[in-house]
Ligand binder design. Structure first.
Ligand code: CU
Length: 284
């Protein structure tokens, strides 16, 4: 053996990392060209742009994992190619009889453990960020129904309204008649439940996806950092019109939100005042 495994690995890894960095940069810039805040874009292959701090963290963590698995995959591929080229029967007719190498064995046990620990730390930090709901400025109860969503604002006048897909609205299959409206830069607590089967409340740009289960009240949160429209879809197969119960969230400034609440209170006055799922709903 002319070269130690360490030397080969170092040389190959150095070249691979350089190549990966170039490819990664091309990917990121290419992806950004397609990205559109709050909704998917044609030929999009990246995650949607972040509209909340949680989603920023998710994208960061996703990029970290993508980098780690790419480096590992290329490293293993390089080792395999080296073995095939340098140590086949023709190129290496008298193989070495070495069967153990203590340092190498400790290294290939310890290094993966360290990589896993390095992944676990930001992973748990992100999990706690997602699950630990901060003190909420606005609470909204989203009820999944076959096949539309109902939104209740128990702390803003106890009104509730239905949000149905509007076939004539853009973006196609995402536009609705009555959007969920929230103020910008405020902590929005979303409580979800289902009135018939299990649905799932998901808005990619906010990094939110949580089941809406009959007889249960789940809870998640988001803080929209930019005004605009954000779209999501029911993400639990819930029946024939599962694909046609979009979630449309309009993020507005404080005054616009206050005036919308006043309008909504009158507009949806006929809706049931009880914002929480009735016993009959839950029992179904
Ligand atoms: Cu559904």
């Amino acid at each position: 053996m002319k070269m130690s495994m360490g030397n080969i690995a170092r040389r190959v890894l150095g070249r691979r990392v350089l190549g990966l960095t170039v490819a990664g940069a091309a990917l990121v810039t290419g992806g950004a060209a397609f990205a559109e805040l709050g909704q998917p874009a044609p030929w999009q292959y990246n995650l949607q742009d972040a509209g909340s701090p949680v989603m920023e963290n998710i994208i960061w963590f996703h990029s970290l994992l993508l980098t780690i698995i790419t480096v590992i995959t290329l490293f293993v591929l390089a080792l395999l190619v080296i073995v095939m080229v340098k140590f086949n029967a023709k190129a290496n007719p008298t193989p070495s009889k070495t069967t153990h190498h203590t340092l190498l064995e400790v290294a290939w046990t310890l290094i993966p453990v360290l990589i896993l620990v390095a992944i676990a730390v930001p992973s748990f930090r992100l999990l706690f960020l997602e699950l630990d709901v901060p003190k909420a400025d606005v609470t909204i109860k989203a009820t999944g129904k076959q096949w539309y969503w109902s939104y209740a604002y128990p702390d803003n006048g106890k009104f509730e309204f239905d949000s149905l897909m509007a076939a004539d609205k853009q973006p196609r299959l995402l536009g609705v008649d009555n959007e969920m409206v929230v103020p910008v830069n405020k902590v929005i607590r979303v409580q979800t439940t289902g009135s018939d089967v299990i649905h799932s409340f998901a808005v990619p740009a906010f990094g939110v996806k949580i089941d809406a289960i009959p007889g249960r009240l789940n809870e998640t949160w988001f803080k929209a950092t930019k005004v605009g429209m954000y779209y999501g879809q029911c993400s639990e197969l819930c029946g024939k019109d599962h694909a046609f119960m979009p979630i449309a969230v309009r993020v507005v400034n404080d005054q616009e939100f206050a005036s919308w609440v006043e309008t909504a209170k009158k507009k949806f006055a006929s809706a049931p005042a009880n914002s929480f799922a009735s016993a009959a709903d839950v029992a179904q």
